[in-house]
Design a protein around this ligand. Sequence first.
Ligand code: NI
Length: 182
Amino acid sequence: MTVQSVRLFGDPVLRTAADPVVDFDKELRKLVGDLLETMHQQNGTGLAAPQIGVGLRVFTFDVDDVVGHLVNPVLEFPDEEEQDGPEGCLSIPGVYVDTKRRQNVIAKGFDQHGEAIQIVGTGLMARCAQHETDHLDGVLFVDRLDSERRKQAMKEIRAAEWYNPETPPVVKASPHGLFGIR
Ligand code: NI
């Protein structure tokens, strides 16, 4: 397992939809290990493969000490309940903006050995599953904000020490469906 560098907002890999995992092989287990190690080194709640430059549908999470990973995730929402609270991203360091998400989610997918698993998440776990699955579609949390909050986020991003005006990050102009049901 190796700590990888986390790609920052503005890197095109974060805007590229990731491919489904087909081979549940040694490479995949190394990817899961690298994601876990990198996420923990950065004290992250979650990390998606594109954030370390790998275009595969895999993410890891550590929510209230529940640590795991999910391959080829598909989200289901059992009800209409919403939550609103601060959200951040290791690819947009130091920026936290209140973001509306669904309160409850069932995330279905596979573990690194190809066994079908599901995660029933509420609150922060549900937020994490939605945030990380978005990454696999090239979507970032700033895309989920209403225009006022997005303006605030972009202001903070432009003021951040990591911001590179030569590769300015783009917020998608036409907002997606708020809750990523597809
Ligand atoms: Ni993120």
